[in-house]
Design a binder for this molecule. Structure first.
Ligand code: ADQ
Length: 743
C-alpha cells in the first residue's frame, strides 16, 4: 500500500502538470478552428443576403434595410450586421453594431488575422466582405459574430483534458503497481528459497515439479554473488571504521541493542587474591580480556569463568556473581567453582596434556587419559548449566573461548536451540591425520559444530578443521561458503585474526626510548652501546625457546664479532608447572642458557640473560623499547601477540622483528624477517642481518607493520565476530518469518 502511494502520487502530480501545460495549446488551436469556421460562415451569409439587400438598396428603402438587419441578427451567433456604401458615410446597421466599427476604419478588419473585438459579453468576431453594386461600387458588408460560446467551450475542453490525464495516471499507476507487486512477491519467494538453499537448487516439494538441473549452476552463481557482495560491502564498511573501544561499543549498541551477551572462558578477567589481611584485585595481562571487555561493557553482559583466585569466593554474592570493573561496575562475572580433581583432569589433563600438544606441531606427544576426558566432559557440562542459568532470554549470544570448551557449543545448543554461539579456537588446528590421534576426536569436532560461528586465526586452520569434519563426520561441507551442515544445523567456519589494543595504553609508551635503552642496559650490567635482543613468552615448549638459544649460539659461532657485544634477554613467565613436560622444558631451557653463557661469557657480558618470572606489561614494554631486535621463534602458534606488541611498542619506528614462519602473525607481518626456527643457520643469519640493518630499512619495515596492527586491532577482531553474528540472527529471523520481508 505504501509502495502504491509512493508511486501513484508523484505520477498524478506529473500528469496534472502536463495537463496544465497542454490546456492553453488546446485552447489556441480550437480558437483558430472557430475563427476559420466563422470566416466561412460570414461568406455564406453574405452570399445569401447579397441579392435581397441590393434590391432594397436599389429601391432606396433604408428603413427596411435596418429592419432586415435586425431580423437576421436574431440568430444566436450573429451579433450585428452593417453595410457601408462608402468610407465617408454612416453605416446602415442593426441596432447592435458596436460603436468601434466605423465605415472609415473598415481596413482594420480586412486582410489576414483573427479580427477579434473585445466586449463586455466576450470576444466578437468581425468579418468585412465586399458587396459591390452599381449604386455603390465600394460597398462593404460587416458581419459581427458573438464568440462567447468559444470561451465556454474552451473551459470545457480544459476540464476534459485535465480529467483525461488524471484517468490516464490512475490507469498507468494501477497497471504498474500490479506488475510491481507480482514481481516483488516472485522475487522475495525466490530469494527466500535461495537463502534456504532451496528454489533452483532443490525442489522443496518433490511432488510439485521435476528437478531443474539446468538452473543449478545459475543458482549457485547467484548464491556466490550474494555472498561476495555481502563480503565486499562488509569489507568496505569495515575499512571506513576506525576500531576503538568506543567505536566497538557504539556499533554494538546499534547492532545488538538489548541482546543478551555471555562470554565463557577458563581465565577470569578479574581475579581476587588474598594478601595477608587484604584482598587484591589482579587483572591478567591478556589480549582476550582487552578485546572482550568493551563488548561486556556495551551490552552489560555476563562473563562466566573459573573462579581461581584465593579470595574469589569471599567477594561474590549468593549467586556467585561479582560486578566489575571494581571502580565502575558495568557487567557481571559469574564464577564457576572446580574441585582439585576437576581442575587436574579438565585443565591440566585433557586440555593441556592432550589438546594443546595435539594441536601444536611441536613434537611433544599428547597424553590422553579416559579419567581426564570424563572430567573435561563434566566441567564442560557445568559451564553449560551456568550459561543456561545466566541466560536472560531464549536466544542469547554466547562467546565461547578456546580449547578448554570444545564440547560447550553443542551442550548449549541442546538446552537453548535459538542461542547464537560463537566459539573461538585460539590455538592452531592440525591436519586431519594429526587430529585423528585423539580418541574422542568425533565428540570434540561434533561439540564444536554446535557453534553458529567457529573462528580461527588463519585460513589454514579453517581449512584443516573443515578437512577434519569431512574426514570423520557424516556432515555436509560446503567449501565455497565455508559452512558445515551437521545434524540439521549450520556452522560457519571463519577466519578472525586476533590482535592487540591499538593504540597501546599511553602509560606503556610514556618513557622515552633512549631512557628505556639506557635504564635496561644499566639494570642488566650492560655497556651503553651494547646490542640487545629480547624474547617474551610463557615458558612453553611450543614457543621455540630452545631453538632460539641454539640460533644465538650459532650467530656467535658464525659471526664472532658479536661475542661480548650482543646479549639476548629472555623473559619467560612460568606456566603449567604442574605438568611434567613443562618441568623438563624449563630445566632444558635453564641448562642451555647456562651452557651457552659458559662458552662465551669470558669475553664480556653473557650472550643470554634468562629471567623466569612474570613481568608487568609496562616492564615488558620497556624491554621492547630498549631492544635492537625481538626474536619470536614459535614452533607453532595460533597467532602470537608478542610480535604485535613489539611492533606497537616501537613508536620510534626502529628495531627489527625476527618472526617464525609457523606463527599466525607471520601471515600478517611479512615485513618482519621470517625464519624457520628449526634452521639454526638461517636464524643466525637473520640475527646478524637485524644487528646490522640500516636505520632507514628498519623504519620502512616497522612503519608497514605498525600500519597493519593499527588497522587490524583487537577491537576489529571482536567487532567483526559480533557483527557477523548479528547479521546471521537478522538473516535467520527473515527466513523464519518470510512475511516480515513484505511488510
Ligand atoms: P599464548 O600462547 O599465551 O596465547 P601469545 O599470543 O604470545 O601466546 O600471548 C602471550 C601474552 O602474554 C602476551 O600478551 C605477552 O605479552 C604476555 N606475556 C608473555 N610472557 C610474559 C611474561 N613473562 N610476563 C608478562 N607477560 C607475558 C594463545 C595462543 C596464541 C594466541 C593467543 C591469543 O597460543 O597463539 O595468539 O592465545 O589468541
Amino acid at each position: 500500500m505504501r509502495l502504491s502511494l509512493r508511486f501513484v502520487l508523484p505520477l498524478m502530480l506529473v500528469l496534472a502538470g502536463i495537463a496544465y501545460a497542454v490546456a492553453p495549446l488546446v485552447d489556441q488551436l480550437t480558437l483558430r478552428w472557430f475563427v476559420r469556421d466563422l470566416d466561412i460562415r460570414s461568406s455564406l451569409i453574405v452570399n445569401t443576403i447579397q441579392e435581397p439587400l441590393q434590391e432594397q438598396l436599389a429601391a432606396g428603402k433604408k428603413a427596411k434595410i435596418g429592419e432586415f438587419f435586425n431580423r437576421i441578427t436574431q440568430d444566436e451567433r450573429l451579433y450585428a450586421v452593417g453595410y457601408c456604401a462608402a468610407p465617408q458615410g454612416p453605416a446602415l446597421a442593426s441596432r447592435s453594431l458596436p460603436a468601434e466599427i466605423r465605415c472609415a476604419e473598415l481596413d482594420r478588419w480586412e486582410g489576414p488575422g483573427d479580427h477579434l473585438l473585445p466586449s463586455a459579453r466576450g470576444p466578437l468576431h468581425v468579418a468585412v466582405q465586399p458587396m459591390t453594386s452599381e449604386v455603390a461600387p465600394g460597398g462593404k458588408l460587416v458581419l459581427v459574430h458573438d464568440m462567447s460560446f468559444v470561451t465556454r467551450r474552451s473551459e470545457e475542453t480544459k476540464r476534459y483534458v485535465f480529467y483525461f490525464f488524471m484517468a490516464l495516471a490512475a490507469v498507468v499507476s494501477l497497471i504498474t503497481v500490479i506488475i510491481a507487486q507480482l514481481s516483488w512477491r516472485g522475487w522475495m519467494a525466490g530469494m527466500h528459497s535461495l537463502l534456504r538453499g532451496e528454489g533452483l537448487l532443490r525442489q522443496p516439494d518433490p511432488g510439485a515439479q521435476p528437478d531443474r538441473p539446468e538452473f543449478k549452476p545459475i543458482a549457485r552463481d547467484l548464491q556466490r554473488l550474494i555472498r561476495e557482495l555481502e563480503a565486499e560491502t562488509r569489507a568496505r564498511d569495515e575499512s571506513q571504521i576506525t576500531w576503538t573501544p568506543e567505536s566497538l561499543r557504539t556499533i554494538l549498541h546499534g547492532e545488538l541493542r538489548g541482546e543478551d551477551v555471555i562470554v565463557v572462558s577458563n581465565r577470569e578477567p578479574y581475579i581476587h587474591q588474598r594478601r595477608g589481611e587484604h584482598i587484591e584485585v589482579q587483572r591478567p595481562a591478556s589480549g582476550l580480556v582487552t578485546a572482550l571487555e568493551p563488548i561486556m561493557r556495551a551490552c552489560s553482559g555476563t562473563w562466566i569463568a573459573h573462579g581461581s583466585g584465593s579470595a574469589d569466593r569471599d567477594v561474590v554474592d549468593k549467586h556467585d556473581h561479582i560486578a566489575v570493573p571494581p571502580e565502575k561496575p558495568a557487567y557481571q562475572i559469574r564464577r564457576v567453582w572446580l574441585t582439585a580433581e576437576e581442575e587436574a583432569g579438565y585443565y591440566y589433563g585433557f586440555s593441556n596434556e592432550g589438546l594443546w600438544p595435539l594441536c601444536h606441531i611441536a613434537h611433544v606427544r599428547p597424553t590422553f587419559r579416559s579419567g581426564d576426558w570424563a572430567q573435561y566432559v563434566a566441567v564442560n557440562r557445568k559451564f553449560a548449566q551456568a550459561v543456561v542459568s545466566e541466560a536472560k532470554t531464549k536466544a542469547p549470544i554466547v562467546l565461547v573461548q578456546d580449547y578448554h570448551f570444545a564440547l560447550l557449543p553443542k551442550m548449549i545448543r541442546e538446552e537453548l536451540p535459538d542461542a547464537t554461539v560463537i566459539a573461538f579456537w585460539h590455538i592452531p588446528w592440525p591436519n586431519p591425520e594429526s587430529f585423528a590421534i585423539c580418541p574422542w576426536r568425533d565428540e570434540v569436532v561434533a561439540g564444536l559444530l554446535g557453534s553458529s560461528i567457529l573462528g580461527f586465526h588463519t585460513q589454514f586452520h579453517c581449512n584443516n578443521f573443515v578437512g577434519t569434519v569431512d574426514r570423520f563426520l557424516e556432515a555436509r561441507v560446503d567449501r565455497e561458503s565455508f559452512t558445515v551442515s551437521f545434524g540439521g544445523k549450520l556452522t560457519a567456519v571463519r577466519r578472525y585474526p586476533i590482535s592487540i589494543a591499538w593504540p597501546p595504553e599511553a602509560e606503556m609508551l610514556q618513557k622515552d626510548v633512549s631512557a628505556c635503552r639506557a635504564d635496561i642496559r644499566q639494570m642488566n650490567d650492560l655497556p651503553a652501546e651494547h646490542k640487545l635482543g629480547i624474547g617474551v613468552d610463557r615458558l612453553d615448549y611450543t614457543k621455540g625457546i630452545v631453538e632460539r638459544f641454539r640460533a644465538i649460539e650459532r650467530l656467535l659461532e658464525l659471526n664472532p664479532q658479536w661475542v661480548g657485544r650482543f646479549t639476548f634477554v629472555q623473559i619467560a613467565a612460568p606456566t603449567r608447572s604442574g605438568i611434567d613436560e613443562y618441568q623438563h622444558h624449563e630445566a632444558q631451557v635453564r641448562a642451555m642458557a647456562t651452557r651457552i653463557n659458559g662458552r662465551f661469557e669470558h669475553q664480556g657480558p653473557p650472550p643470554i640473560v634468562l629471567k623466569v618470572e612474570h613481568h608487568e606489561p609496562r616492564e615488558v614494554y620497556e624491554y621492547f623499547r630498549a631492544a635492537d631486535l625481538c626474536f619470536v621463534s614459535s614452533l607453532h602458534d595460533g597467532m602470537n601477540l608478542v610480535a604485535k606488541e613489539f611492533v606497537a611498542a616501537r613508536d620510534d619506528e626502529r628495531g627489527v622483528l625476527i618472526l617464525s614462519q609457523f606463527t599466525g602473525a607471520a601471515r600478517e607481518l611479512p615485513e618482519a624477517l621470517i625464519v624457520n626456527p628449526y634452521d639454526a643457520d638461517q636464524c643466525a643469519a637473520a640475527l646478524h642481518l637485524a644487528l646490522v640493518m640500516p636505520a632507514n630499512e628498519q623504519r620502512d619495515r616497522m612503519r608497514l607493520m605498525r600500519g597493519l596492527v593499527a588497522e587490524f586491532n583487537v577491537f576489529r577482531w571482536a567487532g567483526r565476530m559480533l557483527l557477523d553474528a548479528a547479521a546471521m540472527r537478522r538473516r535467520s529471523r527473515l527466513i523464519d518469518k518470510p512475511g516480515a520481508a513484505n511488510s
